[in-house]
Design a binder for this molecule. Structure first.
Ligand code: PGA
Length: 269
């Protein structure tokens, strides 16, 4: 990968985010939240879990006073109004949400999210005081055709272009190769590191070196208890966006523990 390896990550501390996707309604979600809080203990790194909208209040009730923050899986482009079926960032904030995943490839594929609508969601989320986690990533065909860099570049520019430095300081980026999501086919450490370094380079072009260095870049795509330590030890990877393994408290806690060990060993800071 070209471009960007010259910008060193500031490594602001790891962020591990569980994306529950369309799993665990309000009947089951509180028990999973309790199990995760119990399993992760008192982590050094930042941890968040992102249940479905309807489970947010029930999960928030269990996270109160714990080190685990609440996140959502998308949000609307506006704070209120005639948007039937949508949930606004202000509403999310009211129930205790701090992070919001935006532009996940499943939302792009099944729910019509585009770079332009993701850009609007990011701005609305920032206006409501939420921390957006922008997802970018290529399909297997795009990687094979050598289109990864062009695609990532346009996704980053389309979603983040025009944000101020202060706004960007609240944003994390998750590199999620589509071919690695839910497939058990993780990107190699070398692929993930090279691509995250490329993303950091793009952020430096869109903003500046300091902003690029300070932006948490997460890896997502079949991260699990076994591969987390290797991926997280890559210099340009500052955390993980975890799907399947976030539904298994012990596995999720093992990923958090791997981040904590690295943070303690001073790979961070
Ligand atoms: P996975 O999902 O860990 O199950 O691959 C990651 C994601 O989609 O965020």
């Amino acid at each position: 990968m070209s471009g960007g390896a010259q910008v060193r990550a500031l490594q602001p501390g790891y962020l591990i985010v569980g994306n529950w996707k369309m799993n665990k309604g309000p009947a089951e979600a509180p028990a999973l939240a309790d199990a995760i809080v119990g399993a992760v203990g008192s982590p050094r790194c930042a941890v968040a879990i992102c249940p479905s909208f309807v489970s947010l209040p029930a999960v928030m009730a269990r996270l109160e006073g714990s080190p685990v923050a609440l996140g959502a899986q998308t949000c609307a482009t506006a704070q209120s109004g005639a948007f039937t079926g949508e949930v606004s960032p202000t509403m999310l904030s009211e129930v205790g949400v701090r992070y919001v995943i935006l532009g996940h490839s499943e939302r792009r594929q099944h729910s019509g999210e585009t770079d332009a609508s993701v850009a609007a969601r990011i701005r609305a989320a920032l206006d409501a005081g939420l921390r957006p986690i922008l997802c970018v990533g290529e399909s297997e065909a795009q990687r094979e055709c050598g289109e990864t860099e062009a695609l990532l570049s346009s996704q980053l520019k389309g979603a983040l272009g025009g944000l101020s430095g202060d706004q960007m300081a609240k944003v994390a980026v998750a590199y999620e190769p589509i071919w690695a999501i839910g497939t058990g086919k993780t990107a190699t450490e070398a692929q993930a590191e090279a691509t995250c370094a490329f993303i950091r380079g793009q952020l430096s072009e869109l903003f500046d070196d300091d902003i690029a260095a300070g932006t948490p870049i997460l890896y997502g795509g079949s991260m699990n208890a076994q591969n987390a330590a290797g991926l997280l030890s890559c210099p340009n990877i500052n955390g993980g966006l975890v799907g399947g393994a976030s539904l298994k408290p012990d596995d999720f806690a093992a990923i958090v523990a791997a981040a904590d060990r690295l943070e303690a060993e001073n790979h961070v800071g």
